[in-house]
Design a protein around this ligand. Structure first.
Ligand code: GLN
Length: 435
């Protein structure tokens, strides 16, 4: 972790930090705006909870699914660098459109943001990978730093945009999210001099037209299988993790004792807790794995991801603890919630930056963005899954849902470890050349 990183990392760090500020800021007030009554001060749209959560589920899925066309455009037409810029413009325009109080503007704004995130999010991540040559050992720590940037944006946005949106008016909140994205664009334009060698459209090889169906080599096949397995892991992982904005959020409001030293902490504030944990623990978790690897112990990407899934399971056991306590008729202790988020984030740090890094390591250069696009689409499916699982709680009960998620994570993690011998061969083949 000691050697210096390329300057381009700082540019991508701040651009993505502002993009995430804009994204999570808007996301923090979206459901509140939809469900607020249409009368009175700072009126909303007066939707039912169910309708609002349904729109939220589709929105959070689509933003990530659009990463597939976003990746395709980058690989085939524009290169990542230009696609990121155009995506950023769409996002800023979308947020500013939401600042207008009108239903046509509302849907247009959402569509613009969905398109824009699809162009920006996967491609900026691929560009981080592009800063490092194959075999450069700084790649993983580069992604850890980048991931911390993401979470500085994610931690501050619900506080700032949430406050402005709830106190001054929803549309000011959306406008602030738009300004955040414009600041990101300014950093990006200013920093182009540090990004000369990354994100450019790759020239198409002459032979390609003739030999379209060159069979994949053994290593390439292994790489694709490893990537597909990791996509499956992220669907499960985000399906659990994204309860934070939905079911866990509602649960915190209703059943957790939020009074500390006589002050009742507002529920929305807890939305920033996981991102704060990422900022604090990002480097520690990464160096834990790095040290393990130096000692020659197992620390391949899939192994980390399997362990991350397990830790996630423990995170949800904490919520089962809260639900058991709440079942006795009292409000559950806050420590359950905090411990749950802490464990979830340790799991996240063993999965999410790891996956970003190794996609840029394993995917063939000409498919780099589309592979990243598919990865984010998988996280989008995870978001949708999270919504569906969260909805189960109203019939099945929270204890059952939290415990169910924990058991599923344990079982899935165990399955991965049982088959690990086979996976190990695959991962080692796949990672052999570049690592
Ligand atoms: N929290 C991370 C981010 O906002 C991961 C999101 C994801 O992979 N779906 O970038």
């Amino acid at each position: 972790m000691t050697s210096r990183h390329p300057k381009g990392l700082a540019i991508l760090f701040f651009t993505e930090m502002w993009e995430r500020f804009s994204f999570y800021g808007m996301r923090a007030i979206l459901v509140l705006y939809l469900t607020k009554e249409t009368m009175g001060a700072n009126p909303g749209l007066g939707w039912s909870n169910t309708d609002a959560l349904a729109l939220y589920g589709w929105y959070t899925m689509l933003v990530y699914v659009m990463s597939i066309p976003g990746g395709y455009v980058a690989d085939r037409l524009l290169g990542q660098k230009k696609t990121v810029f155009i995506g950023g413009m769409f996002i800023a325009l979308g947020q500013l459109t939401l600042a207008i109080d009108n239903m046509v503007a509302f849907y247009t704004g959402l569509a613009l943001i969905i398109t824009g995130v699809g162009g920006l999010k996967p491609n900026i991540s691929t560009m981080v990978g592009g800063l490092y040559k194959q075999g450069d050992s700084r790649r993983d720590s580069g992604f850890t730093i980048f991931y911390i940037g993401i979470n500085i944006g994610a931690a501050s946005a619900p506080l700032l945009v949430g406050y402005v949106g709830e106190v001054y008016g929803w549309h000011y909140g959306f406008g602030l999210a738009g300004i955040g994205m414009l600041l990101g664009q300014i950093v990006y334009i200013w920093g182009q001099k540090y990004l000369k060698d990354v994100g450019n459209l790759l020239p198409v090889k002459k032979t390609e037209g003739k030999k379209e169906h060159t069979p994949l080599t053994k290593i390439e096949k292994d790489r694709i299988i490893v990537l597909l397995i990791s996509f499956l892991i992220v669907i499960v992982f985000w399906g659990a993790y994204e309860q934070a904005g939905g079911l866990m959020n509602l649960y915190t409001k209703a059943k957790i004792n939020r009074v500390v030293l006589g002050w009742e902490i507002p529920t929305s504030l807890f939305q920033s807790v996981p991102a704060f944990f990422v900022i604090i623990l990002g480097t520690a978790v990464a160096s834990f794995w790095a040290k393990r690897q130096l000692k020659g112990k197992e620390a391949s990407s899939l192994f980390k991801m399997a362990i991350g899934t397990f830790i996630m399971g423990f995170g949800f056991l904490m919520m089962s603890g809260a639900a058991l306590e709440a079942a006795t008729g009292v409000k559950a202790m806050l420590i359950w919630l905090i411990a749950s988020y802490l464990l979830q984030v340790i799991g996240e740090l063993s999965i999410s930056p790891v996956a970003l890094s190794f996609i840029t390591k394993l995917a063939p250069a000409k498919y780099a963005s589309i592979m990243m696009g598919i990865y984010f689409a998988a996280t989008g499916l995870g978001n949708k899954l999270a919504g569906l699982v969260g909805e189960l709680a109203s019939n099945a009960g929270e204890l059952e849902v939290f415990t169910g998620i924990a058991v599923f994570c344990f079982a899935f993690g165990a399955l991965l470890l049982v088959f690990f011998k086979k996976l190990k061969v695959l991962t080692h083949n796949a990672e052999a050349i570049t690592n």
